[in-house]
Write a protein that binds this ligand. Structure first.
Ligand code: BT5
Length: 276
């Protein structure tokens, strides 16, 4: 029989204290011991209390019992071993919907930078993963929450594997911050992520049609290990093809060169066939 390591609960007071010292001002912060999905729960709370969750608020949990990935996939982690949280941002009415694709990759870049600061050099995999040594350490799920009067709020959901042991990894392609040799201080890691996420997302949302020309978009291009790699693209609906990922276009879609032709991929999965 395997016993799970005992782990401290997330310490919201300590997080607030570290945030103050880092001159970070998040919005409302709540961290219930258990939740279904932080993304779904934050959407419900925004419906119930539309003005109660300002930008850069945090709804996190130590035990997410119904964590979601894309396309009805699941996100699984043992209790208190992960940083599992969601953050809302109001989207200006003039922001072009096709530019929303920048948000998951910019989030990935912010997480990668925060992980590097905690001892684990990380890269971004298109469209919503952060990898360390080719293994997934973080998954990102954005969803749009619509309010007829207030417009769209984007909910950015982030799951970072912090202290999972090798035996606890839910899939063989995963890793954790501890396994990568980094520090398992979840409160400090959250400060690191939010300190980057707040300004980066605000800059992208302000830039509107020029989102792809912002400094965060440049950071994404530099940190994206998908670029220059040979990839297998799996499109929704079962179409598959292979090629070389060559760039991100102005909307953060992936441009893949296939037999001398360029194909633009705005939704789908990518498998890295070989590192760049
Ligand atoms: C994702 O989906 O990677 C998005 C995951 C987002 C999770 C956060 S946690 C806070 C917020 N609230 C939620 O309910 N969700 C968000 P996708 O690209 O579809 O990848 C899902 C796949 O990743 C699964 O099918 C597994 O193969 C794999 N996976 C599941 N749990 C994992 C983990 N802990 N670490 C690494 N890979 C995992």
């Amino acid at each position: 029989m395997r016993t799970e390591p005992s782990r401290p609960a997330f310490d919201l007071d300590r997080f607030q204290d570290l945030a103050r010292r880092a001159e970070l001002t998040p919005g409302r912060c709540e961290w219930p011991a258990e939740l279904g999905s932080t993304n779904a729960e934050l959407a419900d709370r925004l419906t119930a209390e539309p003005d109660g969750w300002p930008d850069l608020s945090v709804l996190g949990t130590d035990h997410q019992t119904a964590g979601r990935g894309r396309l009805d996939r699941v996100w699984t982690v043992p209790p208190a071993a992960c940083l599992t949280f969601s953050v809302p941002f109001r989207v200006p009415a003039a922001f072009p919907a096709e530019m929303l694709g920048w948000l998951p990759v910019v989030t990935g870049w912010c997480v990668a930078e925060a992980l590097a600061e905690r001892g684990a050099p990380a890269g971004v995999k298109w469209p919503n993963d952060v990898l360390v040594d080719g293994r997934k350490i973080c998954g990102i799920l954005t969803r749009a929450h619509l309010d007829p009067e207030r417009g769209t709020t984007v909910i950015i959901g982030i799951g970072i594997n912090v202290s999972l042991t090798a035996g606890e990894l839910p899939v063989p392609t995963a890793t954790s911050l501890t396994l990568a040799g980094g520090s398992a201080d979840r409160e400090a890691l959250l400060v690191g992520v939010l300190s980057r996420l707040g300004p980066a997302v605000a800059e992208v949302l302000r830039a509107g049609p020029r989102a792809g020309a912002t400094a965060p978009a440049g950071g994404v291009r530099d940190a994206m290990i998908t670029l220059g790699s040979d990839v297998r693209v799996e499109l929704p609906g079962d179409e598959r093809f292979t090629g070389r990922a060559v760039e991100l276009d102005a909307t953060a879609a992936l441009v893949v060169e296939v037999d001398g032709e360029r194909r633009r991929v705005s939704a789908g999965d990518v498998v890295h066939a070989r590192p760049a």
